[in-house]
Design a protein around this ligand. Structure first.
Ligand code: NAD
Ligand code: DAU
Length: 334
């Protein structure tokens, strides 16, 4: 198996590459990543001497570079995207460039080079928000943010390349992922690192919004299984049924870290904020035999421990460009 992983220096991609190599040391992996603010080669430093792993810095929208690399592989797994909803509200263009045009460039090259399998890593956010239902693979796409609209566009292009040209595309829609190496702009790492730094924890609105949470290694196991056994043209939802209000997530972290509710600061809500995501993941469970193994209480404890023990990794990220962005966001929400 020779795999091009794109966006592999980010949170999920880097955890996935390490997981895949641990279980399949003979697989050859090329990791192509633009190294935006979210890409971090420190996530992969343990692989520097691995002869089956190679890193290339580049953009998935760079046609010439992509065509050169795709010739060397038989599978593509695309993680590359701009991923923070708040940033997509402030500046949508980069989201469209990477998810829409970048994904098209990868698909076209996959087709021209007879790639065996193309897996698109996508999100439950493409289905929009639901007050009481769960999203199945047949739910309509009703994205509400520029982020989710850009992801939905990419997913539909994967579908079109399968229907029109017969390319073996698979789209995976995951619920919210958490664990080590997640950039500290996202809710869980932001809350943990703010508490370690003695800062308040910003909760949007009243914190009643609901998200479904899966530990990153459980998502990695679903991708590995899809890589080996997933069917071309299929769509798989990945979820854990562990659905929590944001305020419950925050209070769980406060309690694990021995802090009280006075650390919470309720701030202005996100524009167009999706109220609830909930995924029906029975298809991948019944058809491929996948199951998740980590319960939220145990996963969140491991994640807190990781951030406590890896302050050097995240404290650098919470300075410079990030601090400017965060301060602006924070002042606007206060
Ligand atoms: P991340 O922001 O941590 O990482 C994204 C990576 O993509 C970074 O390394 C970045 O440098 C790279 N990248 C961005 N634009 C690029 C481009 N044009 N060319 C090449 N590389 C580029 O994101 P993540 O949380 O690891 O998410 C990975 C994928 O999983 C994304 O497609 C995201 O939509 C999807 N997803 C994430 C979650 C979640 O909860 N984090 C849930 C479901 C789906
Ligand atoms: O559902 C999958 C998606 O989950 C992925 O596709 C996205 O890439 C990923 O970023 C994530 O999107 P969310 O918007 O759900 O994640 P975020 O961590 O930004 O926020 C989680 C919830 O917490 C959301 O309801 C907004 C809220 N929130 C977030 C931040 C950063 C707060 O209340 N305070 C905050 O400071």
């Amino acid at each position: 198996m020779k795999i091009l992983v794109t966006g592999g220096a980010g949170f999920i991609g880097s955890n996935f590459i390490k997981y895949l190599i641990r279980n399949n040391p003979d697989y050859k992996i090329i990791n192509l990543d633009k190294l935006t603010y979210a890409g971090n080669l420190e996530n992969l430093k343990d692989l520097n001497d691995n002869k089956n792993y190679k890193f290339i810095q580049g953009d998935i929208g760079d046609e010439k570079l992509i065509n050169k690399i795709v010739k060397e592989v038989n599978v593509i797994i695309n993680f590359a995207a701009e991923t923070h909803v708040d940033r997509s509200i402030a500046n949508p263009k980069a989201f469209i460039e990477t998810s829409v045009l970048g994904t098209y460039t990868l698909l076209k090259s996959a087709l021209d080079n007879n790639i065996d399998k193309y897996i698109q890593i996508s999100t439950d956010e493409v289905y929009g928000s639901t007050d009481s239902e769960t999203f199945s693979e047949y739910s309509p796409f009703l994205p509400n943010s520029p982020y989710s609209a850009s992801k939905a566009s990419a997913d539909l292009m994967c579908r079109a390349f399968h229907s029109t040209y017969g390319l073996n595309t698979i789209v995976m829609h995951s619920c919210n992922v958490y664990g080590p190496n997640q950039y500290p702009e996202k809710l869980i790492p932001l809350v943990i690192t703010n508490l370690i730094e003695g800062k308040k924890v910003p909760v949007y609105g009243k914190g009643h919004q609901i998200r479904e949470w899966i530990y990153v290694e459980d998502f990695a196991s679903a991708i590995e299984l899809t890589l080996k056994e997933g069917m071309g043209g299929e769509v798989y939802n990945i979820g854990s049924a562990q659905r929590l209000q944001n305020i419950e997530v925050v209070k769980t972290i406060l309690s694990h870290m021995g802090k009280g509710e006075e650390e919470i600061e309720y701030v202005k809500d996100r524009e167009g904020h999706d109220f609830r995501y909930a995924v029906n993941s029975s298809k991948i469970r019944s058809e491929l035999g996948w199951k998740h193994t980590k319960q939220f209480q145990s996963g969140i404890k491991d994640t807190i421990d990781w951030y406590i023990n890896n302050k050097e990794w995240w404290s650098k990220l919470k300075s410079g460009e990030y601090m400017e962005y965060y301060k602006k966001q924070y002042l606007q929400r206060k």
